[in-house]
Design a protein around this ligand. Structure first.
Ligand code: URA
Length: 220
């Protein structure tokens, strides 16, 4: 069976040459995501911006610098987590990704989740939140965690929102400090009781099909 690293590299190679939607037009690089293949925590943003398109790496501009600071504030180095986006090419002028672009890219994200099998998924912003918490409002559920499909999923404001709206900065900092260590501790506890998705069940769902709506279990 292919390793997580191999599966992630396979996705990355496909993303770099992807033409499944028009987003690739006029961009310099696809941005598959990066990080440890053993990461317990996966962060999912919205889509690459100017700097990410230039470098082919996620969260390397101002929002990325803030994300690095937020990670450091909870004792996580970005090399130990996995960071990716809902769409893998930069939307023109950083506009919101369209539903058909999110759908076209969805299979890559499903395969990354299945390969990595993270204990905790942190959604950054509305678009990744919508994949796990359909219909929810970020203003209502930011900083909250829920067990969904055998993982703990935490909804966070996008770090860029805090850069544009200074009143959100403290909220984002507090949400990170309060929710992510607690989610990780809870996920590790659930894993030790065999209550999280196993590597095998994650690998079986290789994400190539449209995934069913997430099963939402306990809130804590
Ligand atoms: N914003 C995102 O959502 N993703 C990035 O990679 C950078 C900025």
């Amino acid at each position: 069976m292919a390793t997580a690293q191999e599966l992630l590299e396979e996705v990355a190679a496909e993303v770099r040459v992807c033409t499944k939607c028009d987003l690739c037009k006029g961009t310099k690089n696809g941005v598959p995501g990066e990080g440890s293949a053993n990461a317990e925590v996966m962060f999912i943003g919205e889509g690459p911006g100017f700097h990410e398109d230039r470098q082919g790496r996620p969260f390397v501009g101002p929002a990325g610098q803030f994300l690095n600071d937020l990670l450091a504030s909870i004792g996580l180095d970005r090399s130990t987590v996995f960071i990716t986006n809902v769409v893998k090419h930069r939307p023109p002028e950083n506009r919101d990704p369209l539903p058909e672009e999110i759908a076209a890219c969805g299979e890559y994200l499903s395969r990354q989740i299945a390969a990595l099998n993270p204990k905790v998924i942190v959604t950054l912003g509305r678009f990744s939140m919508a994949r796990f918490f359909p219909g929810a409002k970020i203003s209502a559920i930011h900083g909250q965690a829920k067990k969904i499909d055998g993982r703990v999923v935490v909804a966070m404001f996008h770090p860029a929102a805090a850069l544009h709206q200074s009143s959100l900065r403290q909220t984002v900092e507090e949400d990170f400090k309060r929710a992510i260590p607690a989610a990780l501790a809870e996920a590790r506890r659930l894993a030790s009781e065999g209550k999280l998705a196993s590597q095998q069940s994650a690998a079986k769902d290789d994400g190539r099909d449209e995934s069913p709506p997430p099963q939402q279990l306990s809130l804590f």
